[in-house]
Design a protein around this ligand. Structure first.
Ligand code: TYM
Length: 334
């Protein structure tokens, strides 16, 4: 990690099945950033607790997510990849920041409104204060940039507001972070309803491609994707299903939308869907194979988890100590 560079922070929840949206909107963009930034990527296991988890399954999933980061090409020597719960400073700063955040601000978060409608039987306080924990994640590392998909922008906005509020009282304690949104892939839509984002919590399994889907399942889901009856190959808002397929194709192949439209001109939607399926398989299959290889080497993974958590712990605690001092909490006598 290059400590002279600007700091970049991001992460994913260790909940449910990750989708192609998580990969194309986030993970894929992270791979090339280590040369330019000092990068921290958390496995956000504390955030996942807003939903009831099966303990054994949950432990496996958090470890699998860290494995996935490595399999996607994020080098744990050049980046800091760690489990959020290994660094207690996250929960500690979140509590402090809770006291600098207003109920009104949190009530306006669209993700809270959506999720509390979806899980009406478990609208817990963690779901409500979720964005404050996210603010703590980001602010602990004095982060300059946060690469996220569009759906997380509102959470980044509240992070900035909380940091500015805190700084206006205590001086320049926190760096104010900026969002960093990739050009394509910022919002991958559902394959069954292109007005909704592709989401791991979608009830229709055909709506999302999961990162662990086997090649035949991926091909089948692409074939079944909802398009339109216009029978025109174009990249435009009026044909949202097709546009989403092109976005997936372009993000997987590195082609521009103009190049992709030219490539499929005169062909049917079926051919495009087939090519999208192949493009996705060619990205996901090698990653799945690599994940299995890494997971098989338990001692390597244990070492990565330990060493990276220690680095994260060190950076996070530098900020936490400063915050505690500023607000007047008593330092433990040596
Ligand atoms: P999460 O786990 O829901 O999603 C992880 C990342 O994937 C992006 N994403 C998408 N991008 C494009 N199209 C989609 N359909 C799509 N679905 C998801 C998300 O924007 C995100 O970048 N609260 C965060 C996790 C988090 C975090 C943080 C992120 C906790 N603390 C600090 C950054 C910094 C979340 O639930 O993401």
């Amino acid at each position: 990690m290059n400590k002279d560079h600007k700091v970049l922070y991001s992460g994913m929840q260790a909940t449910g099945n990750l989708t192609l949206g998580n990969y194309l909107g986030a993970l894929k963009n992270w791979v090339s950033l280590a040369d330019e930034y000092e990068c921290y990527y958390g496995v956000m296991d504390l955030h996942s607790l807003t939903v009831r988890q099966d303990p054994a399954e949950f432990r496996k999933r958090a470890r699998a997510l860290l494995t996935l980061y490595i399999a996607a090409g994020i080098d744990p020597e050049k980046n800091c990849l760690y489990l959020q719960s290994s660094v207690p400073a996250h929960a500690e700063l979140a509590w402090i920041l809770d006291c600098f955040t207003y109920m009104g601000e949190l009530s306006r978060m669209t993700q809270f409104k959506d999720k509390s409608a979806k899980h009406a039987d478990n609208v817990n306080a963690g779901l409500f204060t979720y964005p404050v924990l996210m603010a703590a994640d980001i602010l602990l590392y004095q982060t300059d940039v946060v690469p996220v998909g569009q759906d997380q922008l509102q959470h980044l906005e509240i992070t900035r507001d909380i940091a500015q509020r805190f700084n206006s009282i205590y001086g320049d304690v926190f760096t104010i972070p900026e969002p960093y949104i990739g050009k394509v892939g910022a919002k991958i839509m559902s394959l069954q309803d292109p007005s909704k984002k592709m989401s791991k919590s979608d009830e229709n399994p055909n709506a999302s491609i999961y990162l662990m889907d086997d090649p035949d399942t991926i091909r089948r889901k692409c074939k079944r994707a909802i398009t339109d009856s216009e029978a025109t190959i174009a990249y435009r808002d009026e044909q949202p299903g097709l546009k989403n397929l092109f976005d997936i194709y372009c993000t997987c192949t590195g082609k521009t939308s103009e190049e992709a439209v030219a490539e499929f001109q005169g062909q049917g939607y079926g051919q495009l869907k087939e090519a999208v399926g192949e493009a996705v398989v060619s990205i996901l299959k090698p990653m799945q194979d690599r994940m299995a290889e890494i997971a098989a080497d338990k001692s390597y993974l244990d070492k990565v988890i330990k060493e990276n958590a220690e680095r994260a712990y060190y950076s996070a605690n530098k900020t936490l100590r400063k915050v505690k001092k500023k607000i007047g909490l008593t330092e433990m006598p040596r």
